[in-house]
Design a protein around this ligand. Structure first.
Ligand code: IPM
Ligand code: MN
Length: 373
């Protein structure tokens, strides 16, 4: 829609990315038609598909468009076709470049259990029912980007690989601030996680979190937990958590773990946010937590809900369209309550549910939006 003032870059990527994005396009179109919420959409390639087309997993032109967009909606990247490309050309590098150059340091990964799906979780219903936690993962620092890194050959001929974990006070403070701010709008609890028992970055992380808390967020309850213990507590008693804030690598791992509490990796959206500029606008990228799932790509089996919920997060965080975001989330909740399940959500169950493919799930969501509006 021309002149909407909402510039959106859509990057479907590889594997199931394009399939789930097709369904979200239906939701985007619905917003334009039924709610007069239009977007100026540009679409481009990223990951393996960019490598095939341009020889790099993210072209400079696409990077520039992303920096100028109000928001980026991302699918997924990677697949066996590109398993053997050199390190700097791996499809994942495209996504990492976007995160780094857009300075998207705060990655919000909510894990919310829909009532209809309590049985799909690997944990007992009484442990996960009503669960609503938010993992905030630092996204532009730590071992993902720390220098020095690389592989060298030692004088004796053997190889040595190096990755470096490093964090500055300012990097820790800014992501912890996002956690405290968000907690205030939720249950007012932050659990900061690192391994201060063995890592210098962990010691600094704990110090900075504590200091910032003392300076500006005393009203929020702050606790600290080693990342290994947190991994254990997440499956033992997840409801003890509200907001969890942690570094890039621990956040990557713990958010995958948290996703299984909700029943499927196919359910979880995420928002990656930068610092607000002078006008309050944050650079932002929205993506499902799941990957490109090459094993089911092209078969119409993928669950489009994580991508749709990522779009809902975009409505809420980038465009202040809370009512519209609620509508999308409510439609998804209702569709699940009505028994619609993609394969990943079945958990061995077939009674009282309606097994659907990617497109049918997308259509069901749009139909429910029509009913709700
Ligand atoms: C994620 C993914 C990425 C990561 C990959 C695709 C680079 O696993 O978003 O969690 O490791 O951050
Ligand atoms: Mn991951």
């Amino acid at each position: 829609m021309a002149g909407s003032n909402r510039n959106l870059l859509v990057l479907p990527g590889d594997g199931i990315g394009p399939e789930v994005m097709n369904e979200v396009r239906k939701v985007i179109a619905w917003m334009g038609k039924k709610r007069a919420v239009g977007f100026d959409i540009q679409e481009d390639v990223v990951g393996g598909s960019a490598l095939d087309k341009h020889g790099v997993p993210l072209s400079d032109a696409t990077m520039k468009t992303a920096l100028e967009a109000d928001a980026v909606l991302f699918g997924s990247v990677g697949g066996p076709k590109w398993d053997n490309v050199e390190f700097d050309k791996k499809p994942e590098r495209g996504l990492l470049r976007l995160r780094k150059e857009m300075d998207l340091f705060a990655n919000l990964r909510p894990a919310k259990v829909f009532d209809a799906l309590v049985d799909a979780s690997a944990l007992r219903p009484e442990i996960v029912k009503g669960l609503d936690i938010m993992i905030i993962r630092e996204l532009t620092g730590g071992v993902y980007f720390g220098e020095p890194r690389g592989v060298t050959t030692l004088p004796n001929g053997e190889k040595e690989a190096i990755d470096t974990q490093r964090y500055k006070s300012s990097e820790i403070r800014r992501v912890c601030a996002v956690a405290f701010e968000l907690a205030r709008k939720r249950k007012n609890k932050v659990c900061s996680s690192e391994k201060a028992n063995v890592m210098h970055t962990g010691v600094l992380w704990r110090q900075e979190a504590t200091k910032l808390h003392q300076e500006s967020y005393k009203d929020v309850e702050l606790s600290h937990m080693y990342a290994d213990a947190l991994a254990m507590q997440l499956v033992r008693w997840p409801a003890q958590f509200d907001v969890i804030v942690t570094d890039n690598l621990f956040g990557d791992i713990l958010s995958d773990e948290a996703s299984m509490l909700t029943g499927s990796l196919g359910m979880l959206p995420s928002a990656s946010l930068g610092a607000p500029d002078a006008t309050g606008r944050r650079k932002a990228l929205y993506e499902p937590i799941h990957g490109s799932a090459p094993d089911i790509a092209g078969k119409g089996l993928a669950n489009p809900i994580a991508e749709a919920l990522s779009f809902a997060m975009m409505l809420r965080f980038s465009f202040d369209l809370g009512t519209e975001a609620d509508l999308v989330e409510k439609a998804i909740e209702n569709v699940l309550a009505a028994g619609y399940r993609t394969a990943d959500l079945l958990g061995g169950k077939s009674e009282g549910v309606k097994k659907v493919g990617t497109q049918e799930m997308g259509d069901a969501i749009v139909k429910e939006l029509d009913r709700l509006a």
